[in-house]
Design a protein. Structure first.
Length: 321
């Protein structure tokens, strides 16, 4: 028996079929297309692509209807009142229709909770430690958000409160905008990481703009674009962006710890797939002088996916029954 999870985020259409033991039976994702040179998609364009992709993924998957016990869907970006984004209405509409047609429950969750659940699940027994504590800190870094979160596990999901984050550009936006300006494809994260790794160390540095647990990436974007205009080495600029993101998060997290927030930190979101940033943060924050413990979601489950949504669907089904 299985639960189908559906997620229609800013840049990816995802479905996942998971059984009651947390085993993934099917995991299909399709990246939304962005025209070369552009730095993102308007919601209307993203909605149009989801409308095309979702039925294709469902048809190609060969879902066994008789084995579905429930459907779960990310119906909003975050688990806070008023959280809304048009792209999630596509998944919500399909989920409700399919659940009614199959006569199974349809459970709602949020994109952010799906990231948290997928991150914990991807770490296996190590990650389960986070579900057993009363509270932990999480960092959600992507092209659609950059937030520091106070998280409390719940039987059917998570109670989440934003305690810090970006006041303007998100970490993923900084990487994508600089990457596109360097001629890299969108989304630029993987290509920018490779570019940075192919270069040599340089003296280029981008200052961090941190105030308490809040930070800004608009100034770093301006600095990076200025270097591109003056002909600075692309690999040096790419590495400087990575250093800036890591340093910014390190400072903000240290301030969160000083304010009394837990030093158990779960990292999720597409930016967390960058191995250089992961290693830098782990080295700095797990230093004995700081004493934090970092839990990085597996790279293949850092970006947008429906696995966490399906897992939360199982939790809600157990409570529902």
């Amino acid at each position: 028996m299985s639960v189908l999870g559906i997620d229609t985020s800013n840049y990816r259409t995802s479905i996942c079929l998971m059984d009651e033991k947390g085993r993934v039976l099917l995991d299909r994702r399709k990246l939304l297309q962005v025209k070369p040179g552009e730095r993102g998609l308007q919601q209307s364009a993203a909605v149009f692509q989801h409308v095309q992709h979702l039925p294709e993924l469902l048809e190609e998957s060969g879902l066994p209807p008789g084995h579905l016990q429930a459907i779960a869907v990310s119906a909003a970006p975050r688990p806070v009142p008023g959280s809304y984004m048009p792209v999630f209405q596509v998944g919500l509409s399909y989920a409700r229709w399919l659940a009614r047609f199959l006569n199974v429950p349809c459970f709602l969750t949020t994109h952010q909770e799906g990231h948290l659940a997928a991150g914990v699940w991807s770490l296996g027994d190590t990650g389960q430690r986070l579900n057993q504590v009363s509270a932990f800190t999480a960092v959600h870094l992507s092209g659609g958000t950059s937030e520091i979160l106070a998280v409390e596990p719940r039987p059917t999901g998570y109670k989440v409160e934003a305690i810090g984050g970006s006041t303007d550009l998100y970490a993923g936006q900084l990487i994508d905008r600089v990457g596109v300006a360097l001629g890299l494809p969108f989304p630029a994260g993987p290509a920018l990481e490779q570019l940075a790794n192919n270069g040599e160390e340089s003296g280029l540095r981008i200052p961090s703009a941190v105030k308490g647990t809040w930070f800004s990436f608009s100034g770093p974007e301006t600095q990076a674009l200025r270097w591109i205009a003056t002909g600075a080495p692309p690999s040096a600029i790419a590495r400087a962006v990575e250093v800036c993101v890591a340093n910014t998060l390190e400072k903000a997290l240290r301030n969160a710890f000083a304010a009394g927030y837990p030093k158990e930190v779960l990292w999720v979101g597409g930016v967390v797939a960058n191995r250089w940033i992961r290693n830098r943060l782990k080295q700095r924050l797990e230093h004995p002088a700081v004493g934090a413990r970092c839990y990085f979601s597996a790279p293949e489950y850092s970006g947008d996916n429906a696995c966490g949504v399906a897992l939360i669907g199982w939790k809600q089904l157990c409570v529902h029954q």
